[in-house]
Structures are given as C-alpha cells and as structure tokens.
Design a protein around this ligand. Structure first.
Ligand SMILES: [Zn+2]
Length: 89
C-alpha cells in the first residue's frame, strides 16, 4: 500500500472517532430534563409523562398511554404523532 493511502486511512479513522464523540456529547445535551418533564403533560389526557431514554420517547402514564417521539432533543407533543399502546415498537 502506498504511504499516502495509509495516511488517508488513518485520518479517516480519526475523523470517525471524533464524529462518534461529538454524537455522544450531543446526545447528552439533548437529555430531557426532569424540570421539562414536570411541565409537560399529555395533550390527550393531561396525564403525566415518563421519559424513556432508550427509545427516546415520552410515555404517558395517564389514561391513554400514548408514546410521544423525541426529535433532536425536542419532544413532539402532538396527538397525531403519538403512538398508541397497541402499536408495534
Ligand atoms: Zn395520555
């Protein structure tokens, strides 16, 4: 392999590592805060919401049990966008 190809490969790898690190950092920054959770309520039944970190969803713990998606760290509190408990994951 030519020397410059090796260099290119190494610098590509470094870039990937940096990208991963940046993603990890921005994910942390997008964490839904407890304060925000307390303010938010389910628009369908006014129930409390629970933050599901793994699925990045806010789950209604009230009557309707709808699941609201979180996009770019912002909860989408729209009934139309929510999944119903019967929907597949
Ligand atoms: Zn609800």
């Amino acid at each position: 392999m030519w020397e410059w190809q090796k260099i290119q490969k190494v610098s590509w790898k470094i870039e990937q590592v940096h990208k991963l690190r940046r993603n990890a950092l921005s994910e942390q920054a997008q964490e839904i805060s407890q304060e925000l959770l307390e303010i938010l309520a389910c628009p369908a039944c006014k129930g409390d919401l629970e933050y599901n970190r793994n699925n990045q969803k806010l789950i209604c713990v009230g009557e309707c049990k709808r699941r609201y998606p979180i996009r770019d760290g912002i909860p989408v509190m729209l009934i139309d966008e929510a999944e119903l408990p019967g929907d597949n994951e």
